[in-house]
Design a protein around this ligand. Structure first.
Ligand SMILES: NC(=O)c1ccc[n+]([C@@H]2O[C@H](COP(=O)([O-])OP(=O)(O)OC[C@H]3O[C@@H](n4cnc5c(N)ncnc54)[C@H](OP(=O)(O)O)[C@@H]3O)[C@@H](O)[C@H]2O)c1
Length: 291
């Protein structure tokens, strides 16, 4: 298939592009920056300016949309890129005659999940109303993709550290999912037209509290570790301080707190049946990562 992919410089997108190419697909990648890679055809463009990339959409069998603002201290940016940027991409795809749209959303979707989750919900609404043959994928907490995700930071802390901070809140639950399991499911969604009109949750097979996840990880990485519970109020203070310091890449942003605490759909039955999604257990996943 000829695929127009957004977000291919991100933690998930980079590995996904390699995997899709290995499966024989021809890719056009929307990139905001000049890139040294010559393996793919790149179109320079920004989601915020559809006129800049619209012409390049013509002739593609599908759009695979991963680009999003995932960690920003500015709530408006989530809405601008994730909601309005997706609307612009959908309109441009329609005008260019593209009929299929695979949208990577998130389990943390909805107004309770902060500006990120709200903006992703608005994007999903636009995708469903687009008239295109859409598929929506909702990954949970992916590990192995980005060092900015809380789940990856916890795994790194248990693997290497002496002190392991974790969020001490009963609603701070995670269903960690290995990056490669998510990528397999995305490829299946792209390649199976029968997935059109459906939403699939791509979560790991176990739901942990944060302290439960640390305990599971300590079985894989034994040795002295000091788990340190961090109350949510301390996270809020720290996020505020990072904001005041104006760090370009703060360790976390305030919007990650509602994202962590909001209720999430973890029902992976449809993805198992229709995408062949077979997520590995966390203990296995981190062992695989270490290899
Ligand atoms: N990783 C996870 O745990 C996880 C979990 C659930 C859902 N997801 C979803 O999966 C997708 C990919 O996540 P990720 O972890 O790979 O994200 P990421 O590492 O933060 O990468 C985001 C991507 O979006 C691009 N982007 C941001 N703003 C853009 C704009 N205005 N125009 C064009 N491109 C823009 C970035 O390009 P630049 O390189 O130019 O910044 C980058 O390629 C996202 O939609 C995210 O919501 C991820």
């Amino acid at each position: 298939m000829r695929l127009f992919v957004t977000g291919a410089s991100g933690g998930l997108g980079r590995a996904l592009a390699e995997k899709l190419a290995a499966r024989g697909h021809a890719l056009t990648l929307l990139s905001r920056r000049e890139t040294a890679s010559s393996s793919f055809f790149h179109v320079r463009g920004d989601l915020l300016n559809p006129a800049g990339y619209e012409a390049a959409l013509a002739g593609h069998d599908a759009v695979l949309h991963l680009a999003a603002v995932t960690h920003s201290a500015d709530p408006d940016l989530y809405y601008a890129v994730n909601a309005r940027g997706t609307e612009g991409l959908l309109a441009a795809a329609r005008r260019a005659g593209v009929t299929r749209f695979i949208h990577v959303s998130t389990c943390a979707v909805g107004a309770d999940c902060g500006a990120y989750g709200d903006s992703k919900a608005l994007a999903e609404d636009a995708v469903r109303a687009s008239g295109l043959a859409w598929t929506i994928l909702r990954p949970a907490e992916v590990y192995g993709a980005s060092d900015r995700e809380a789940v990856g930071q916890t795994i790194a802390a248990v693997r290497q550290g002496l002190v392991v901070p974790y969020v001490a809140h009963p609603e701070a639950k995670l269903a960690p999912v290995h990056r490669d399991d998510v990528l397999e499911a995305v490829c299946a969604a792209v390649e199976r037209p029968s997935t059109a009109g459906k939403i699939y949750v791509l979560a790991g097979p176990e739901v942990f509290t944060q302290v439960g996840m640390v305990a599971a990880l300590r079985e894989v990485f034994p040795g002295f570790r000091l788990p340190v519970p961090v109350p949510v109020v301390a996270l809020k203070v720290a996020a505020g301080l990072f904001g005041l310091l104006g760090l370009r890449r703060p360790p976390f942003v305030p919007d990650q707190i509602p994202r962590l605490l909001c209720p999430k759909d973890r029902a992976i039955g449809p993805a198992r049946r229709e995408l062949g999604f077979a997520p590995r257990f966390l203990r296995q996943g981190v062992r695989d990562q270490g290899e």
